[in-house]
Design a protein around this ligand. Sequence first.
Ligand code: GDP
Ligand code: MG
Length: 598
Amino acid sequence: MKTNNIRNFSIIAHIDHGKSTLADRLIEYTGTLSSRQMEAQVLDNMDLERERGITIKAQSVRLEYTAKDGETYMLNLIDTPGHVDFTYEVSRSLAACEGALLIVDAAQGIEAQTLANVYLALDNDLEIITVINKIDLPSADPERVKQEVEDVIGLDTSEAVLTSAKSGIGIEEVLEAIVKKIPPPKGTVEEPLCALIFDSHFDAYKGVIAYVRVINGIIKPGMKMKMMATNKIVEVTEVGVFRPAMTNVSELAPGHVGFVAGSIKNVKDVRVGDTITDADRPVAEALSGYRKVTPMVYCGLYPVDSSEYDLLRDALEKLKLNDASLVFEPETSSALGFGFRCGFLGLLHMEVIQERLEREYNITLITTAPSVIYKVFKTDGEIFEIENPSKLPTPQEIEHIEEPYVKAMVIVPNDYVGVVMELSQEKRGEFKDMKYLDVTRVMLTYELPLSEIIYDYFDRLKSATRGYASLDYELLGYRESKLVKLDILLNTEPVDALSIIVHRDKATYRGRILVEKLRGIIPRQMFEIPIQAAIGNKVIARETVRAMRKDVLAKCYGGDISRKRKLLEKQKEGKKRMKQVGNVEVPQEAFMAILKID
Ligand code: GDP
Ligand code: MG
């Protein structure tokens, strides 16, 4: 097919505005899959993604469409992950395109991720086609939403397409707009091979599969390709396209989107954003924008049953095969025993990995509260990073500490501006900007410590605004903060896995609430358990779990054996997520209690 008849595009949208549904309709309309093969939301193919209605891994599909002008076009739809944790992946998927469909819910209007994604698309110079979706809803107000897109983003919406992806309205108009408005790829076969890696996955038989967009040159089996960031050279064994099942082809030419395999064993060698070139005739320069993704959030993962440690390591290794952004290393906690400290792109990424470990590998885990990476500047001149609060040196050794800050964008109805400001202030946020989107909605910009976002900012934002607020954020960099380590002692023994790093001004308050919470969470035992919060050697709060008066089983001594067994079983259930710390049983909730404070 002529390069002129190729269109590469993405769909960008705030979560739930209808991206997956529209993608399904496009696939259906172009007959890429028969209706028998068509399963709702074919692109969200991981079970977990489908259940949670989110896209984690970008998928891609090649469609063929015969337009009203009589020409047949090859349309490559590159799906993007729909969550703030994966912004970099989104930006690379967009870099593989010439255009994007911007979907906005006709009832809801612009939300935080709409804007974040539009900015990424504009950064990549994409042609943007505005699609106002869900026009079937009684509360739809396409005119108001169009106006909002004009005012806030500055896009001309006179040719916006109105759709109902659900009922199949406007699908042909979307396809026609793609063909007419999005420019065809440039690029030539004569130049040396240059292809952008926008995603990858591990296949047990073929090794790592790189998802690529060819810019210049040809890639085909037999040639030697080189990944420029890692300098890895391998022979290409297969190339193909997504229909959406992977289908081999003889070669990929300029403008094409597809996959490349070459018996690569490690996803680390195939990095998103990297450039593939011909090892025998390399390009001088790699494509711009490559960045090594680094974890932002860390937590400890410990098997409840220590005999499952090897199982956990194997499972993490398997998950890592498919996920270069997951990092882990062995960690020992005096409280929890042997486990791993794991790094994730963000909270959602963390939850997804935890859930997969439990579901797919059947491991019962104790997870410690998530932490950001702190930069510690010691008085002796040493600078190092810690991702585990218990590793913080003593206050005497510390000159100062820096923590990551983000720029957060919150969109809310007017009425909630006050509560959002209050919450953001409480979370150490610095007010930056407030802008009216229309007469009823406002966009607030704050700079906040990432750790506060991880604590419970989003949950509280949602509840304070009855679910109306949307949030997006991006990393700004490190800033100095007055931080201290808060230790928790059970039965006078410090529990390393419960240590947290908090702002000095909040330490006493948080310490007090935390011990109060722990008193409610830690079950009574035969002896009294003091719970203390301390900063350095100074105890700042104390509570006591009273000793149990009687054996619970005593009640059952009436001979009713089945009732007794039930009770024992119930206790065993309850024990599933407990860890013996010294002589105290600590349930999982205790390690997460810190997230539910304030
Ligand atoms: P995504 O998160 O952007 O991928 O959104 P989905 O495609 O998963 O859609 C989110 C929800 O909106 C689902 O329940 C869809 O059925 C629904 N939805 C999508 N498009 C439309 C539409 O045109 N009209 C209506 N009424 N609902 C829609
Ligand atoms: Mg979706």
